[in-house]
Every structure is written in structure tokens, then in C-alpha cells.
Write a new protein. Sequence first.
Length: 187
Amino acid sequence: MNTVKANKVEAKKDKTFLVIIAVLSVVIPIVVALLFFMPKARNHDIDVTNLPGFHAILNSLTAVALVIGYYNIKRRNTRAHRNAMIVAFSLSSVFLVSYVTYHFLGERTVYGGEGLLKGFYYFVLLTHIVLAIVIVPLVLLSMYFGITEQHARHRRISRWTFPLWLYVAVTGVLVYVLISPYYSWNL
């Protein structure tokens, strides 16, 4: 296959994946947002009360994987970097499925703190939510460009992806720590 034809095939493949990434980047936040307005699934025997703690663990491990990946790419260890990023992506994917499950089946928890801590909590929560929406296409693009070895594009987008993804992972844990005293535990 000549170079021009190969480039056209690659461009078509890129376009397909970029459309899929764009669709997922819109659909995922919409589905998550709808969960907050949909009536909760009642009459189920599934105990989801432990999922918020599980989510905090997933976010913690994601943050660790991101830092390990960053450390390794700075040392030009691309194999370890790639493995760490795949772990971070996998953990975030499990988180998303579990998060959707929890908000479909679980009860809504309202923050009960007051004063400065309440303002801090809502600031962290708001920035976490906004950046969690923003991070979806950035992560998907970073992963796609990395896997397809489009290194220049990967580096360009990952400069934004890494700090925002790390912030979302860390603030996810912080939100859990701040709201956990207000969960209705089924003990």
C-alpha cells in the first residue's frame, strides 16, 4: 500500500474513533446527570451502601496510577507509563460503572456540614463535577492517541489530561471523606 493510501486509511480510522469519542463525551455526562433526576429503582435486593467507599478506593488507586505513569514517562520508561495509564483508565472505567449503579439504586445523600466547611465542600464538589465532565473526552483522546502511537498528539492533549484527571481523582476521595459522615449506612 502506498503512503498516500495508507494515510487516507489512517485518517478514516481516526475520524471513526474521534466520532465515537465525541459521542461518548456527550452521552456519559448526560446519563450521569439523568440519574439525579430519575426516580430511584425501588424493590431491589441489591445493597449498594458500600459503593461510595469503593469509589473512594478506586479514585485513590487511579491517582496513584496516574502519578506512577507520570513518573515513568518523565524517565522515558514508555512501557511502564503505558501500563500505569491502562490501569488508571481501567480503574476509572470500573468507577464509572459502579457510580452509575450506585446512583441508580442508592439513596441520595445530602451534605450536612455548616459554615466554612460547607462552602469548601461545595467548591470542591462543583469543581470536581465540572472537571469530571471535561475529563471524559480528554482521557479518551489521550488513550486513543497513546494506543495508536500518535505521540505528538498524545503529548499535546495529555498535558491537559494529566493534571485535570489527577484533580478529579483526588477530589473524588476528598468529596467522599467530607460527605461520608452523612451517609445512611444499613448496618
